[in-house]
Design a protein around this ligand. Structure first.
Ligand code: F6R
Length: 583
């Protein structure tokens, strides 16, 4: 959350920094700002999208600049709270991604010494603290100030009159890009990979000092350290919607290709090959949709391979006492590889001696560096709501189960998944008219049994995050234990029914809902259970051993067209960010 960037060169870098901010906008998009360095520091800020800032910087020139795109943590989205933040007197400007946990205490310390604050942010405290420690040596002031910070940060710092950028990180991601007559800092490689493929990844608390022609690294005692740049080929971020009205729709339709690419990576000559040892028990940690992918994995792996799987929200796992257990590995699931809670959960598991893996999409992300990566081949996902990221995560997790399964026929099912997915995605003509019927509903209930339960949870999350409709998913068997009280005439209930062993039980739930006036929309691959006849609306799911996952793709389409009918900002829903790099 929040993206930082900076560039120092022997030519004007203003547009370079703005372009980088556009590439980082997925990390936060409530406001953005830039600090231009000359004899003084000029900050320019705008509330809203980066394009508002772009208008304001037209005609500006500077050879050193830092920029920020914000997802508000401390203080509302206004120009006061927007980064870069300034020291007293305005000699230093700071951009920050992260959270300073002891900012209130540091603010008190500075207030007692006569400092005044103009914003509600924790970042302004950092800028003031650097100013407080400055005695003619910027590097020393930065190190002294950051020693006092508790929390997570990636910082870009400039000082008036110095054609330099200083950068330092703790826990949050920061990369250094090296070019011909320019050097850069950024929150991630894709932000600057169109300009350079030479990167250095600083470790925690290492100070970086960049100018156009040089880049120096220092340890916490300010002794120079040598770092070797890596040449990395980063997949170019595509800014092309390919004729679709939104990235989300494009990404939904890219799923068959993404799944096939992911399968081809791990299935060679009919054999699954994964860099995962044999374990007696697996623990999966993840957040949001990735957590739902973990739940789908649990049902599948336990069923086909008999390996017990625990799935935990990373934000809970990271603070829990985990009973030590030999033969147990932890697997993080994450599209970005930068989710703060998931990274902390992995560090927590590693500290207990557990082997750590991650199912991850972003190459060179933090997670991929701290544990053994099992990459998904979803490609760049630009819509904030994950679609192809989620589906490919589940596919890799299913391959883990299949690689330990005796039932080789399932491999055939998964190899044909891309084909079945294309059929499922052809259901748009059936689904879109339903959306015009239901987009004004304030509440939608989802339910399913077995694999359909986590699939329903993912469908509900998709709907609520992009359409702002209150949507909750329940295990169908739980209906009578409380949630049935929410059913009143006209309440839409989306039912997933893909498991033949519970088809008739789910039919019973449909009848119960309809008896109370609820409107049932069933997504099902089953025939012969009377599900279609019992429902108000019926959307067929292609018959497949992985039908629950196919229904998730249909629910993505459902969420998309509901949000479209409501006129929502589908690719950048309010209050969200693609990469949640703070707790
Ligand atoms: C929902 C969504 C989020 C992410 C979650 C984890 O559409 O995208 O719930 O799944 O923030 O993100 P990653 O997978 O990057 O760790």
């Amino acid at each position: 959350m929040c993206g930082i960037i900076g560039c120092t060169a022997n030519h004007s870098v203003v547009q370079t920094v703005v372009d980088g901010l556009k590439r980082l906008e997925y990390r936060g998009y409530d406001s953005s700002g830039i600090a231009l360095v000359s004899d003084g520091i000029k900050t320019i800020k705008a509330v809203g999208r980066v394009k508002a800032l772009e208008q304001k910087v037209l005609g500006e020139r500077a050879t050193t600049a830092i920029g920020h795109t914000r997802w508000a943590t401390h203080g509302i989205a206004n120009e006061q709270n927007c980064h870069p933040h300034l020291s007293s007197g305005g000699d230093f400007a700071v951009v920050h991604n992260g959270i300073i946990e002891n900012f209130a205490e540091l603010k008190d310390f500075l207030l007692q010494r006569g400092f005044e604050f103009y914003s509600e942010t924790d970042t302004e405290v950092i800028a003031k603290l650097i100013g407080y420690y400055y005695r003619g040596d910027t590097a020393r002031a930065v190190v002294k100030a950051t020693r006092r910070l508790v929390g997570s940060f990636a910082l870009g710092i400039v000082r008036s009159g110095e054609n330099k950028i200083y950068a330092i990180r703790r826990e949050n991601p920061l990369i250094i890009g090296l070019g011909e007559n320019f050097n850069m800092i950024a929150s991630d490689m894709p932000a600057i990979s169109h300009l350079t493929n030479k990167f250095v990844l600083p470790e925690c608390d290492e100070l970086v000092e960049l100018c156009a022609e040089s880049c120096n690294f220092y340890n916490t005692n300010l002794e120079p350290i040598k770092k070797t740049p890596q040449t990395v080929r980063v997949e170019q971020n595509t800014f092309d919607k390919g004729g679709y009205s939104h990235y989300m729709l494009k990404e939904i339709y890219e799923q068959p290709t993404a799944v096939d690419k992911t399968l081809r990576k791990y299935i060679v000559d009919g054999h699954i090959s994964l860099p995962l040892k044999n374990y007696e028990r697996l623990s999966i940690v993840a957040c949001g949709s990735a957590f739902h992918a973990g739940l789908m994995a649990k049902y599948f792996i336990e069923r086909v391979a008999g390996i017990p799987v625990d799935v935990e929200l990373a934000s809970e796992f990271r603070y829990r006492q985990i009973p030590s257990q030999n033969g147990r590995a932890v697997i993080a699931i994450s599209q970005s590889g930068e989710t703060a809670d998931t990274i902390s959960a992995i560090n927590h598991a590693k500290a207990q001696g557990m082997d750590a893996y991650c199912i991850v999409n972003q190459k060179n992300s933090t997670l991929s560096r701290i544990c053994t990566p099992l990459y998904t081949e979803a490609g760049v996902e630009r819509a904030v709501a994950t679609t192809k990221g989620f589906l490919t995560q589940v596919i890799v997790a299913y391959l883990i189960g299949l690689s330990h399964s005796m039932d080789k026929s399932l491999l055939y099912g998964i190899e044909n998944f891309g084909r079945d997915l294309k059929t499922a995605l052809n259901s748009t003509d059936l689904i879109q008219p339903l959306c015009s019927r239901f987009y004004t509903c304030p509440y939608v209930m989802f339910m399913g049994r077995g694999d359909d339960f986590p699939a329903a949870r993912e469908g509900a999350l998709k709907l609520k995050e992009i359409s702002y409709i209150c949507a909750e998913a329940y295990a169908a068997g739980e209906l009578k234990h409380g949630s049935i009280s929410l059913i009143t005439p006209g309440v839409p209930v989306i039912v997933l029914a893909n498991d033949p062993s519970t088809g008739s039980k789910t039919l019973g739930n449909i009848i119960e809902v309809r008896s109370r006036g609820g409107t049932v929309i069933t997504f099902s691959s089953l025939s012969g259970y009377g599900l279609k006849e019992a429902s108000d609306y019926f959307v067929p799911v292609p018959p497949s051993p992985l039908a629950s996952l196919l229904s998730v793709a249909e629910l993505q389409i459902f969420a998309y067209y509901i949000a479209l009918a409501k006129g929502c900002d589908i690719d950048k829903p309010r209050n969200l960010a693609k990469s949640v790099t703070v707790e």
